[in-house]
Design a protein. Sequence first.
Length: 226
Amino acid sequence: MINLLSSAIMNKFLTRLTSATLLLATSALLAAAAHAGEVTLYTDDNFGGRSITLGGTTPDLVRQGFNDRTSSVIVRSGAWELCQHADFGGRCIVLQRGEYRKLEGFNDQVTSAREVGDRDRGDRGDRGDRGDHGGRGEHGGGGRGEPIVLFAQARFGGRHIEPRGDTRRLDDYDFNDKTGSVIINDGRWELCDDADFRGHCIVLNPGRYEFLDDMNNRISSVRRVR
């Protein structure tokens, strides 16, 4: 009788424990889903044409038949890095939650996409990509080869500055909204059009960038992401 009672108590305990475990697991999955990012890419401006919605890392949009076809974007949650080449190579931009009716300077160039954290934007692995603007090289000023050099004019002309690290406000250098070209000598750098690394951002690999297209004279903060 005692054994039967003990067995019944144990079975009841195990049943409750299993239910509690399942409840916790379900809650964890729901929480993860709630925080997962989502982005929708469109083939035409103003969210027209064919579309595709991504919820995770996509290293090559060729597989989805969507390579070099993105003209507008809606970021529904999270922050997303969109890159020119497969495996997040080439020039990249980081888009926060919002609607982007036209990808000025980046139209029909997206080949890979992934969600990135607020701080860890950029490559998580060294793929040796050096960008699309050539390798390292000496420039008109700053011959020591600082990691990043910003120039006031296109083609590395005009005044230049060499931020030594994360720079939340280029006002500190009297260089806010004055960048026309960039040389990256080391690392990958994020350049944003608002202070504190906010607004529209691009991520650049080591290389020489003679023109900044839609980011010309708009950069307000820079930081190294790798």
